[in-house]
Design a protein around this ligand. Sequence first.
Ligand code: SF4
Length: 464
Amino acid sequence: MSISTFDMFKIGIGPSSSHTVGPMRAAGLFAREVLADPELGPRVADVAVHLYGSLAATAVGHGTLDAVVMGLEGADPETVDPVAGRERVAAIEAEGGLLLGGRVPVSLRPSTIVTHPLTFLPQHSNGMTFIALDAQGEELQRRPMFSVGGGFVVDEADMDRSIAEVAAEDEGRTIFTTGDELLRVCEDRGISISEAMLMRERQWRSDEEIRSGLLTIWRAMHECIERGTRTGGTLPGGLEVKRRAASWYDSLSAEDPVRLPMNAFEWVSLAALAVNEENAAGGRVVTAPTNGAAGIVPAVLYFATTYIEGVDPDEIAVRFLLTAGAIGSLYKEHASISGAEVGCQGEVGSACSMAAAALCETMGGKPAQVENAAEIAMEHNLGLTCDPIGGLVQIPCIERNAMAAVKAITAARFALRGTGEHFVSLDTVIETMRQTGKDMHERYKETAMGGLAVTAVPVSLPDC
Ligand code: SF4
């Protein structure tokens, strides 16, 4: 599987890439395909949707029900207006149905989506099935799909293909498939990790498109930080969590109007808080690589563009995102970036690792040091569980991003002090993360049935 930087960083809406962005894309795909089919399209009179496992367990808190109905109407995560979208969902519920593909009236609304929180489909914990029905209620088509993290959507046929089959299609285009290969490519050609990733990107886009696309992503991240630092109030969902970034911004700006290096960690933490509060409010964010972990890469990139002197900030942003994309692709290919699959180590841990590597490269690190930074950052996130209180991407997620952003900077600095030689390779730590995630109890994989989600808000545990 050849993964692009633009797969890792996608502009969308909060609060979750796997539970909001992915289901919206899947619903949109289903609606387009059914309506475009000359046999099925004219006969479709209604639609049913079933959600399984983690998608069902946190469907309300993660906005999955709303995302599905918006997607079925034709909304796209990259362009949908979050406020207008929420208003439209309320109208759909009140009026008793939606317009499939924006034109065919069907009776589906958020409250009629069927959730199966204790049923985990064998292929993946984020399963969903879309069913098209005719006027008599007879099934016309059934489409199982899976939201596998970071907004990626895979249908049943692709879930059943082996990694070897998928990899064979990409032979020659991937440039590297493991951390060791990435280092070998860099050494053989005398290039950096960002340049190796640029070689991969050239199979899809021109150099100009890559550069302008990456700068668009950085602008979207930066705008998200700015919006977060301007918006106060309370986050939705019922926990009454107060937004802190705006008041923090005011007090820190008064203390330090010029952003002194000695206050860098405070500014970085603030940037992460701002992004994750925007995400929790359902605002526009960039998956990095997921929504739950969306604050870490922007916050560390903010650090790089603010505190690295003598380099054009746009150059920093392009190299930073390419390096982060290269490391993120290794996690996606060999482990997972989905909290529902491997716990929070796959989301916040992967983001921390990507940001550490990217900062290391933009601060002048050699490829071996960059790989070392990525490894250090993940090594100290291993075992991190996913336990969002109330199924909302708020506690512990928001603060966790700020802590991970600071950890990423520390990891980059550790690596820059060394030679790049180290005991545990990045490939080994990625495999360790995968195995740890496999061994982790389902309660700690985005179900809101374990950890803080239970101890801080007692609920009765089902037998699972
Ligand atoms: S705990 Fe981590 S993986 Fe779980 S929802 Fe929060 S950020 Fe995502």
